[in-house]
Design a protein around this ligand. Structure first.
Ligand code: UDP
Length: 376
């Protein structure tokens, strides 16, 4: 009897520095399952936590602390960004990470590797050597993409926006290796906006008020508390939904406060697609995942914070497509919110712009490209 043909196995390289890399990775895995069912097997490896030598293996834990001083993070980003700097960084760190990178490759044999993290590319490509399976990078930053995303040895680079494609080419990637696919988000975040009344019923949110959803990324970052308080004290009659993500300290702090408006406080939630479809305005840090999900939910965006460097371009992208406003001061947030709540026509125009800018098919498109590469 013939053995059944071996299923292709795809290895995904990610790390939990922020919530976005894991979210993008899981979205692609989900899309692969929907497109190809059981004909492909997949595996996710947190290459920093599980393989990098100390202290680099603690980066996922330290990340929320590191980005708590955004200005410092921004300086680090800009100093290290550029072809020459990226090469220097890779060659300096290579002797330190070489053994770990080679062990990862040995322990996780695959028919294709997919990186969704800028730090995985050069080290893993170097560890893999010449006779290797295809290596594909899925860039999860929208516009201000760091040079470490782009290694000429990669077989394909999938990027979220045309600007990111231009940047890849500036960083000497061959144009034919770079494709614009959009930002991958989960199937539930790609679905069309649903019925707000039903959704709010399920969540016990009021039907008779505009709902403002506040999120600081997966880690509850930026001046989320100050911004929420300013909205609450503004005299606007709105419902406040505050999501603190994994920032338990912030949740406890906000829970102890008294709120004038009806306020709903959540820690890390898996109901984000539902929240976005039930809300009227998003007030958020400029994380790429959150922005892409909001566009799919046709939810106007006020950006109250960004990580200097990698999230700068996200802000200009949102403003350029007319899907939202950059409002770094709580008072500016309140001003925009007041306009959108009091003049529905203005908010409706932004809703339309969100719809136009959305790329809900991104994860499915990526899955189909990966499928092609492994012969499915
Ligand atoms: N997220 C979530 N639940 C939460 C907070 C955030 O599922 O309670 C998700 C959010 O929907 C998005 C991701 O975490 O998919 C955050 O990614 P983003 O790129 O916006 O920001 P990061 O956390 O990486 O800075």
């Amino acid at each position: 009897m013939n053995n059944p043909p071996k299923k292709p196995h795809i290895l995904f390289l990610f790390s939990d520095t922020g919530g976005g890399h894991r979210a993008a990775c899981e979205a692609i895995l989900e899309a692969l399952k929907l497109e190809f069912g059981e004909s492909v097997t997949t595996e996710m490896v947190d290459f920093l936590k599980d393989y990098a030598p100390p202290p680099y293996n603690h980066l996922p834990e330290f990340y929320p602390e590191m980005v708590r001083v955004p200005e410092l993070w921004g300086v680090g980003f800009h100093i290290s960004d550029g072809r020459r700097q990226a090469r220097l960084m890779t060659s300096t760190l290579w002797p330190i990470v070489r053994r770990a990178a080679r062990r990862l490759v040995r322990e996780h044999l695959s028919d294709m590797l997919v990186s969704v993290h800028p730090l995985a590319n050069s080290f893993l490509l170097k560890a893999l050597g010449k006779n290797r399976p295809p290596f594909i990078t899925v860039v999860t930053d929208m516009v201000s993409t760091h040079a470490l995303w782009f290694d000429q040895r990669a077989d394909l680079i999938l990027v979220p926006t045309e600007i990111a494609r231009q940047r890849a080419i500036e960083y000497t990637m061959l144009p034919e290796k770079v494709r614009v696919v959009g930002q991958p988000v989960s199937e539930s975040c790609s679905a069309p906006p649903g019925d707000k009344i039903i959704l709010r019923d399920g969540l016990n949110w009021p039907q008779d008020k505009k709902i403002v959803l506040l999120i600081g990324g997966g880690e509850g970052m930026g001046p989320l508390a100050e911004t929420a308080r300013a909205i609450d004290k503004s005299g606007l009659d709105v419902g406040l939904v505050i999501v603190t993500g994994r920032n338990a300290r912030l949740k406890a702090q906000l829970q102890a406060e008294t709120w004038e408006n009806q306020t709903f406080l959540y820690g890390f939630t898996h109901d984000m697609p539902c929240f976005m479809r039930a809300a009227d305005v998003l007030v958020s840090k400029a994380g790429p995942g959150t922005i892409a999900e909001a566009l799919n939910a046709a939810l106007p965006i006020i950006l109250y914070a960004k990580l200097p460097g990698q999230e700068d371009g996200n802000v200009s992208f949102v403003e350029h497509v007319g899907a939202g406003i950059w409002a770094p001061e709580p008072l500016q947030v309140v001003r925009t919110l007041t306009r959108w709540v009091c003049r529905p026509g203005e908010r409706d125009r932004v809703v339309e712009n969100c719809r136009r800018a959305a790329r809900p098919q991104a994860a499915r498109t990526i899955a189909r490209i990966l499928g092609e590469q492994v012969g499915l």
